[in-house]
Design a protein around this ligand. Structure first.
Ligand code: NAP
Length: 289
C-alpha cells in the first residue's frame, strides 16, 4: 500500500463509468468493502459521454485515479483506449475494468471470472466438464458466459437468441465444435437436454418482458443461472423451482466480478466473509443506491 512520509496511507480513488450511471450498485458495494476493511480510499460514479469516452479514458494516465470499472455503453471505448489488454479482455474484445500498470493503461474484463466463480461454487469443475449447457442471449454478457464456459472445459454449449442471425454470427466468430446455435423457434426442445441453463438475455429484467421459454420438461436437478438481479428471484427462476430445478441469481455474479476489480484498485481482495448481498438487496428494495 502507498504511504506518505508520515506513514499515513494515501487514499486511493477509483470508480465506475457509464452513461447513464446513477443506477449502478458498484459505488455502494465498493464503498461498503472500503469501510468494512478499513482501506483508505473512495469509489465514485462518473458519467462519461460516449462521444468522448476514448479520450477521457486515455487521460486516466495523467490522473491519480487508480482505475475504473466501465459499464454500458462504454465497454468497447474502454478496450480501444487502453495500451494493452489482458487475455480475458482480448477474448471478449471489450473491457469492464481499466487500471494502470508500469505507466500503461490496461484493459481487463472481470465478467468471465464473475460468471464462473459462483457457478463453480455451485456445480464444481468436474460436473461442469460433463455438462450440456443452454445459453440464452447473444449480446455482451453472452460472450463472457461462453468464454468462461469454454475455459471451464464444458463439452457442449447450445446457443439460442431471439434474433437468430446474432446467435449464428457469435457461433461463427467463436468457431469451436462445442458451440452451436439452435433457431429461436426450437428453443423449447433444448431445455430438456440441458444440465445448466444460463439466461444471458435482458428478458425478465424489471420493466422488460419475461423470457418466453418454459422450464417445463427441464431436467430435475439441473441448474438455472439467471444473470438478471432485478428482481432478485426472476420469473424464470420461479419457473425452474416449480419444475424441480436448482437456481442461481445474477447478484452473485455482480459481486464476484467486483472482487477482482477491488483488488486491482486497492491492492487487496475483499475477504469472502465480507458478503455485500444484504446491503445490495436492501438498496434494491428501497430504491437507494
Ligand atoms: P445486450 O448486449 O444488450 O444483449 C441483450 C440480449 O438480450 C440480446 O441477446 C437480446 O436479443 C436479448 N433480449 C432482449 N430482450 C429480449 C426478450 N424480450 N426476449 C428474448 N431475448 C431478449 O445486453 P448484455 O450486456 O448482454 O446483458 C444481458 C443481461 O445480462 C442484462 O439483463 C444485464 O443486466 C445482465 N448482466 C448481468 C451481469 C451481472 O453481473 N449479474 C453482468 C452482465 C450482464 P436480440 O439479439 O434479439 O435483441
Amino acid at each position: 500500500m502507498n504511504t506518505s512520509s508520515s506513514s499515513r496511507p494515501i487514499p486511493r480513488l477509483a470508480g465506475v463509468c457509464g452513461w447513464p450511471i446513477h443506477h449502478s450498485l458498484s459505488p455502494l458495494m465498493h464503498s461498503w468493502w472500503l469501510k468494512q476493511m478499513g482501506v483508505s480510499g473512495a469509489y465514485v460514479p462518473f458519467a462519461v459521454n460516449p462521444r468522448t469516452a476514448v479520450d477521457a479514458f486515455r487521460s486516466l494516465k495523467d490522473t491519480s485515479i487508480s482505475g475504473l470499472n466501465v459499464t454500458l455503453p462504454l465497454k468497447t471505448s474502454a478496450f480501444e483506449a487502453a495500451d494493452v489488454a489482458t487475455e480475458d479482455a482480448q477474448k471478449l474484445g471489450v473491457a469492464n475494468c481499466l487500471y494502470k500498470s508500469r505507466g500503461q493503461l490496461v484493459a481487463h474484463n472481470t465478467d468471465l471470472e464473475g460468471f464462473a466463480a459462483p457457478l463453480l461454487a455451485k456445480m464444481g469443475a468436474d460436473v461442469l466438464q460433463a455438462s450440456s449447457v443452454l445459453v440464452i442471449g447473444a449480446g455482451g454478457a453472452s460472450r463472457a458466459v461462453i468464454g468462461a464456459l469454454m475455459s471451464l472445459g464444458v463439452p457442449e454449449i447450445c446457443l439460442v437468441n431471439r434474433t437468430d442471425s446474432k446467435a449464428d454470427t457469435l457461433v461463427e466468430q467463436v468457431d469451436v465444435p462445442s458451440l452451436y446455435a439452435l433457431p429461436w423457434a426450437r428453443r423449447q426442445e433444448a431445455v430438456g437436454r440441458a444440465d445448466l441453463i444460463v439466461n444471458a438475455s435482458a428478458a425478465g429484467m424489471e420493466g422488460k418482458p419475461v423470457l418466453d421459454i418454459s422450464m417445463e420438461g427441464g431436467r430435475s436437478g439441473a441448474l438455472v443461472y439467471d444473470l438478471i438481479y432485478t428482481p432478485r428471484v426472476t420469473a424464470l427462476m420461479q419457473d425452474a423451482i416449480a419444475n424441480g430445478m436448482d437456481t442461481l441469481g445474477g447478484l452473485e455474479m455482480l459481486i464476484a466480478q467486483a472482487r477482482p476489480s477491488f483488488k486491482l484498485f486497492y491492492g487487496q481482495f475483499p475477504p469472502l466473509a465480507l458478503d455485500p448481498t444484504e446491503v445490495l438487496i436492501d438498496a434494491l428494495q428501497s430504491g437507494r443506491r
